[in-house]
Design a protein around this ligand. Sequence first.
Ligand SMILES: Nc1ncnc2c1ncn2[C@@H]1O[C@H](COP(=O)(O)OP(=O)(O)O)[C@@H](O)[C@H]1O
Ligand SMILES: O=P(O)(O)OC[C@H]1O[C@](O)(COP(=O)(O)O)[C@@H](O)[C@@H]1O
Ligand SMILES: [Mg+2]
Length: 343
Amino acid sequence: MTRIGILTSGGDCPGLNAVIRGAVLKGRTVYDQEFVGFLDGWRGLVEGDAIPLDRSKVRGLSHQGGTILGTSRFGPYQGPDGGAQNIARTLERMGVDAVIAIGGEGTAAASKRLFEEGIRIVGVPKTIDNDLGRTDYTFGFDTAVEIATEAIDRLRTTGNSHKRCMVLEVMGREAGWIALHSGTAGGAHAILIPEQPESIEQICEWVTSVRDRGRAPMVVVAEGFTLPDMAEAYSDKGRDEFDRPRLGGIADVLAPMIEERTGIQTRATILGYIQRGGVPTAFDRVLATRLGMAVTDLVADEEWGHMVALHGTDIVRVGFDEALANHKRVPKDRYEEMRIIFG
Ligand SMILES: Nc1ncnc2c1ncn2[C@@H]1O[C@H](COP(=O)(O)OP(=O)(O)O)[C@@H](O)[C@H]1O
Ligand SMILES: O=P(O)(O)OC[C@H]1O[C@](O)(COP(=O)(O)O)[C@@H](O)[C@@H]1O
Ligand SMILES: [Mg+2]
């Protein structure tokens, strides 16, 4: 019997629990695999802190947001017990044969390094930003887009009543997928993403033309968006555990600029962690369950160094290196497609 340790790492998102459930149910049923769950991401692996995961533990999990295992931005090379050699010893001591790491590009980069140093590890892609390469969609993204779209719908009615310009900030550190999709679904008059700088003059031109038609302008901005004169994304919250700037707040920067230049009352809303909380959509539950089930095949086939991914409607296998080499940002033509109707 193969004993597998599962961990969830990086930012959480709806669907993580559905992956865990899918893996445990299929692994037990088809391959007679046994599971433990490492707690709080890589920390649990490094410190050998795990709980047993049997059928009863994953019951009813597919609709539950968050992760029952906890997550963190702790790194596998961190601390006196970190590093591949120590981890190999810890796994042996715990009788764990293989690791399933559910995470984004940071987790995949760490997994790749561990794999190259001999750890039997496979992955499941996770990112709410949807920017991991070689997979069409990641679970959590659809849920975030639904939540952001509902926010736009709600902001519209209050914006219309007051004839105000409403600026909604959504997540998207380096990729503007959530902004592009929710802005498109909600009929935003301008969508601002990290990949495409827009000048404040251009933004105000769109806002003014909307007002001139008697409408209340709706602007959706991703947290990683920069104006042409900004060297980096707006951050006033210090740094995260991995020493990256914590983003958030660009909407508060833009709103007074728009108000001052256009004379239109402008209000900012930062959606924040609401996008990552709560129940996953049906789409995300299905995707997460399928990915969780498929990753047990990777372990059974000993395809270490690979992760499962969505291509069209198929679940396929891709190498960590391949996924990491293709950071999936919004292509110019996808942005231009919508930009035509801004304003
Ligand atoms: N290149 C790397 N080498 C080793 N560890 C890494 C690397 N990149 C990220 N990590 C670790 O993996 C954790 C998860 O990555 P992070 O980028 O925070 O989330 P995600 O996996 O969701 O992208 C990081 O906080 C860090 O501790
Ligand atoms: O939980 P934290 O560290 O505040 O993370 C916030 C960041 O996580 C994200 O949600 C993306 O996280 P993932 O790539 O890990 O899914 C970003 O959009 C946001 O900048
Ligand atoms: Mg990341």
